[in-house]
Design a protein around this ligand. Sequence first.
Ligand code: BQF
Length: 283
Amino acid sequence: MANIIDGKAVSARVKEEIRQEVEGLKAKGVEIGLAVVIVGDDPASQVYVKNKEKACEAVGFNSFKYALPAETTEEELLALVDKLNKDDKVDGILVQLPLPKHLDDKIIINNIRPDKDVDAFHPVNVGKIMIGDYSFLPCTPAGVMELIKSTGTEVAGKECVVIGRSNIVGKPQAMLLLHENGTVTITHSKTKNLKEVCARADILVAAVGRAKMVTADYIKEGAVVIDVGMNRDENGKLCGDVDFEDCKEKAGYITPVPGGVGPMTIAMLMKNTLTAGKEHHGV
Ligand code: BQF
């Protein structure tokens, strides 16, 4: 039986450290605020936004939620972003994705002030990640790195395979592993012999969005297996990209879904908001 990586526990430790720092800042009169914007009524997005608000409360941030109707126009959303860009009580701005189809997330993200872009999706922040000059860590990939670190596994020199090449997870994940001197392979739908490539990995990060796609034959004995997937299985139950039951004996370490990467994503968002707040208030 592999060691199960407890993302909830690791995220609780990160949030506790943040909470203590926030307490110290409050004593000096510094308050930190995160604005969370949600457009429309996608039920999954509503859960994610609630998780973010709860985390803000736990660490002692002010959170400002803006729930806009699905019919919101680009002009209206940009006007809100502009207002938040200028609001001194707002240190971080997060626009929950995906947006309704008539809105272009690229246009919206490009208009968030980079120093308030706590998701690190603005091209300026993406560029900094590429160079290795981080202001903000991309939340999910950064959470994955923390989980790998929590196992005591050294990334340097290891075969790291990332399944998926999205701008939100796969690509920045590969960069973070590379910065830690991993030997990194990014795989995707056109990859030949995917199973064999994955089975070489000492560290495997699955971020494809296909329920239970990664079975035991994709993994090397003793590998660290990190599951970024958030899917529904045939019974409507939340599950990852990794077939946990099939892989749990063979992996050295494995993350569950839920309770693995998800809570770390939220903790890293809090970390970025703290970074933004300190920068913003000159501390
Ligand atoms: C857990 C997300 C896909 C697309 C857009 C805790 C979250 C999820 C799971 C959460 C996610 C996924 C978020 C758990 C935020 C992670 O206990 O396992 C927290 O809230 N997430 C998001 O904001 O947008 C997404 C996944």
